[in-house]
Design a protein. Structure first.
Length: 230
């Protein structure tokens, strides 16, 4: 007895080819997903690095504030850009404790606001009902900072070390400095170019041996912070 042939034909080659084409398309689609996912991961890592850098600066300022309360004087290397062009990233600041009566408008002060420390210029002292209110602002910031109680004053900047030069910060910003601060505040491109030029200039000084070491003495236990007793 001869078995009857099934009317349904199994197309091995066709199904095999279809599977291969489907697998190839799926692999290609998966590679695209992987690429997009990796790009998103890189962006997330960059954002996390930015936040970590900001957290490090906040932590450094907090430690400097504590050291200032204990020792009276502290040296701190800053990397912010809100005080351009008066203060540049990499400047080594000498801060000293100060009371409300020790500072006047124009001084660069360290204040505590919303549990964060800021180094900005004191713009005005406004007497209140039972306290003195300080108004501060970064030289390269478009608006004044929110008012802060005079009791939150931690210290003032009494010296700046930039490269191989030391000086006392001026209480007044020159016309050129004000114009440059206005431009840097509003042009991210110009700010980036100026910061790159400044970094290259400092790197050149260091290359020729005029900048010296980045360490500030054997007693330093906090990177970028040096303590000194009054």
């Amino acid at each position: 007895m001869v078995p009857r042939k099934s009317p349904i034909r199994i197309l091995h080659s066709a199904s095999s080819g279809f599977s291969k084409r489907w697998l190839w398309r799926a692999a290609k689609f998966n590679r695209q997903l992987s690429s997009a996912g990796s790009t998103g991961t890189v962006r997330n890592v960059v954002q996390r690095c930015d936040w970590r850098r900001q957290d490090r600066e906040d932590c450094k300022l907090d430690l400097a504030a504590e050291a200032l309360r204990c020792c009276g004087t502290v040296r701190l290397k800053v990397w912010g850009t809100s005080m351009l062009p008066s203060l540049w990233p990499g400047d080594l600041l000498t801060l000293q404790t100060a009371t409300q009566n020790d500072v006047i408008p124009g001084d660069i002060v360290l204040v505590l606001r919303d549990k964060r420390c800021f180094i900005h210029r004191l713009v005005a002292k406004q007497p209140g009902e039972d306290r003195v209110v300080f108004i501060t602002c970064g030289d390269a910031m478009p608006d004044h900072d929110p008012p802060v109680a005079g009791a939150e004053l931690l210290g003032r900047v009494i010296g700046v070390r930039r490269g191989n030069r030391s000086f006392v910060p001026s209480q007044r910003v020159s016309r050129f400095g004000s114009a440059l601060a206005w431009l840097l505040c509003r042009s991210h491109l110009l700010r980036g170019l100026v910061l790159r030029f400044h970094a290259a200039h400092l790197a050149g000084l260091k290359h020729w041996g005029r900048l010296g070491s980045n360490s500030f003495g054997g007693e330093d236990r906090i990177p970028g912070i040096s303590l000194s007793h009054p």
